[in-house]
Design a protein. Sequence first.
Length: 271
Amino acid sequence: MNQPIIDRDQFQESGALSVETVTYVHHWTDSLFTLKITRPPSFRFRSGEFVMIGLPGDNGKPLLRAYSMASPSYAEELEFLSIKVQDGPLTSRLQYIQPGDPIYLGKKPTGTLVTDALLPGKRLFMLSTGTGLAPFMSLVRDPEVYGMFDEVIVVHSVRHVEELAYRDLLESKLEGDPLLEDEDRARFIYVPTVTREAFRTTGRIQTLIDSGDLFKDSKGPQKFVPEDDRVMLCGSMAMIKDHAADLETRGFEEGANNKPGQFVIERAFVG
């Protein structure tokens, strides 16, 4: 049953926050959903960045959490991918949000899951688990990314098949995207993998790396090559730390906005 529509009078704009309107909600599963909101004309961001969104808390103050933009930087609306945590201060309420409801949006996007933090390379690997796919949905719909790499490879690991958000769009090689050319789509590779039920690809990302299955659709080497490959990581804290350590043992160096490297993580989500 839907909760009552959120009262717009509870919201107060500030120098750091604007009040936007939800325009679209799609529930992928009982624990995963997408929402879109209006985008202020002055709001600019780089593909892969995150921003604060939220609702008024019980004390009247904004209750905010960091969410990566899943929409491309040119989109007229802002799109986010969220889990539902039944006892979570924010998502326990956010999961009931409806089109027309108000929502807080921070005015300062930021982040390190951006191409500016990477050195030039030949292949871009985006390794994600769960809602960690979100910033990569922004990046794969950005034509500039395809001008920088020969191949753009998105790997998405989930427990169950139904959790493969955006699967149809990704399997279609982003068909219908208004700015991507056929040659861009030809450079795009999607590698979904499922860990707890039967699927064409099963196992954790590390398993696919070690077996070589991660690279089977690539025209390049069937392993990571620090000189040519660039990697972005987004998912659980454990996943990020494990893969960052693995990449470092393979000779990769972490990058940042002020010092580009061979792989990047979103440190704001790691702690």
